[in-house]
Design a protein around this ligand. Structure first.
Ligand SMILES: [Zn+2]
Ligand SMILES: [Zn+2]
Length: 280
């Protein structure tokens, strides 16, 4: 009496390769495609970091911080090289849908620079993310925030800036890792909890939902709870994107079976086709 359920995993919409500045020599577009095929993923999106070492025309960052970098490793994206890599993978792996994307960092602070790249080329997936927030005339990375203030204050500071990103930039479609600093929540007796930040979560979720955009379920960050994804649905959210945020091939599609269970329990289902977001 057992029904056979063929589980089709969702697309991995957030993967980094050798074209992102923060990856190791192990990173590889080709190997990542092989991993996606081995797992049976319908598609893989390479969303390389789109960040800038200095502010340009139309970038608010120039009025906020003297140094636009929050990390000295930041390098501009080599769009031409990246696109050649995408083309090669599409030819090599015709049964896998290989999607061209970027992960735009702080695109409300780099509006001019980011728009030039995003609007100047054709991208199928544009993620928006906040890795750093302005604090006392500098951009401070999310992990370093915890060294500047109490942990709960650091999270609130992050959510406040996240709202500025959502309301201040329409360059992206998917909000990546919405509670990014939870990755860096200090070890100790107090584990990270979502509940104390419910109001902050709901505020950013409403802003994202009103603009009809998509939230990401990120499987590199400690996993979001069913309750958190339910807040998204209750805030008017209609679509969820899955992203491993893999920086090495073996992490492509990582923990997707668990992720699917959580998102499904919150009331979302696979979309129109295997490449689509999950929807209510
Ligand atoms: Zn990110
Ligand atoms: Zn990423």
């Amino acid at each position: 009496m057992h029904e056979t359920i063929v589980l089709v995993l969702p697309a991995d919409n957030h993967v980094h390769s050798e074209w992102s500045y923060d990856t190791s020599p192990e990173a590889s577009m080709v190997r990542s495609c092989e991993q996606a095929l081995a797992l049976g993923l319908p598609s893989i999106a390479f969303t390389e970091h789109l960040e800038f070492t200095a502010g340009g025309p139309g970038d608010a960052i120039t009025g906020i911080a003297a140094d636009a970098r929050w990390w000295n490793r930041i390098k501009p994206l080599d769009v031409t090289g990246y696109q050649a890599g995408i083309q090669e993978c599409r030819e090599r792996f015709p049964s896998l849908r290989v999607i061209a994307g970027v992960e735009a960092g702080e695109s409300h602070l780099f509006a001019g620079s980011a728009a030039a790249i995003i609007r100047g080329h054709s991208w199928q997936r544009v993620l928006g993310s906040l890795h750093a927030v302005p604090h006392r005339g500098k951009l401070i990375s999310a992990d370093a925030l915890f060294g500047h203030m109490p942990s709960d204050e650091a999270m609130r500071c992050y959510f406040t800036e996240l709202l500025h990103l959502i309301e201040g930039s329409d360059l992206f479609e998917i909000l990546a890792h919405p509670d990014f600093p939870r990755r860096y929540w200090p070890a100790g007796p107090h584990l990270y909890q979502e509940k104390p930040f419910e109001e902050e979560y709901r505020t950013v979720m409403r802003a994202l939902a009103v603009s009809e955009r998509v939230i990401e379920f990120n499987t590199r960050t400690p996993l979001a709870s069913v309750e958190l994804i339910t807040w998204w649905r209750e805030s008017g959210g209609r679509a969820v994107s899955f992203g491993s945020d893999a920086h090495v091939p073996r992490r492509v599609g990582d923990r997707f079976k668990l992720a699917v269970d959580i998102v499904e329990a919150a009331g979302f289902r696979p979309g129109r086709d295997p490449y689509d977001f999950w929807r209510v």
